[in-house]
Design a binder for this molecule. Structure first.
Ligand code: SF4
Length: 211
């Protein structure tokens, strides 16, 4: 997609999401977004996050980690047992700040999240004092149906390939709406509005990030 077209979609998305109560911030680079996050997040904050290729790619974990932010809820720490991970997922539900990306984004102002356990979707919808969504502009789609199509047939499939599951999408290259116990897609959530009491920021970075 041409840069000019992406800028048009980005401006429409920024307007729509703002009108729906999101604090929208636009960045030319990941480094700019990281600088914004450094100002926004206090060193004493309890910080939770959802699994996200986008957060990895912007260098989030190099800046935000337990050594600099003692209350960082590190679900990726080495040697965690499953029960310890679940405990961290639960704590993230009441974090000061929760960060994640989205699997699909419509310029009409909807974020789509597809999850296995639903812990990311839960924290992304209610609980943390502040939610911050980080997306690359490659995820913007021109309407809700196309955003859902992208979330299911690109993002979810890529996620299965990344984790090397045996689900049918890894052979077909598209979602076959499986219902296997290994499916990564048990919970699908659409966030379409934000009320002032439970604020959310949407950071759109003019880079290709995540999938
Ligand atoms: S085939 Fe199953 S695991 Fe793969 S994307 Fe579709 S619902 Fe998810």
């Amino acid at each position: 997609m041409l840069t000019e077209q992406r800028n048009i979609l980005l401006n429409i998305a920024a307007d729509k999401f703002s009108k729906k109560g999101f604090q929208v911030e636009i960045f030319d680079t990941s480094a700019d977004a990281i600088n914004w996050l450094k100002n926004e997040i206090r060193t004493t904050d309890v910080i939770g996050f959802g699994g996200s290729k986008t957060l990895e790619q912007i260098g989030f974990f190099e800046v935000f980690n337990k050594s600099k932010y003692p209350n960082f809820l590190d679900r990726n720490a080495a040697n965690l047992t499953y029960d310890e991970k679940v405990d961290i997922w639960r704590k993230a539900l009441t974090a000061d700040v929760f960060l994640c990306s989205a699997n699909g984004v419509s310029i009409s102002g909807e974020l789509i999240l597809i999850d296995k356990n639903g812990n990311r979707n839960a924290a992304a919808t209610f609980g943390p004092k502040k939610r911050i969504f980080v997306i690359g502009w490659n995820k913007l789609r021109n309407n809700f149906d196309n955003a859902m199509e992208y979330a299911k047939n690109v993002a979810a499939v890529q996620n299965n390939l990344r984790f090397q599951t045996n689900n049918p999408c890894t052979k077909a290259g598209k979602c076959l709406n499986c219902n296997t116990s290994e499916s990564l897609c048990f919970v699908t959530t659409t966030i379409s509005n934000v009320v002032p009491a439970f604020p959310a920021s949407l950071l759109i970075i003019k880079e290709d990030l995540g999938f």
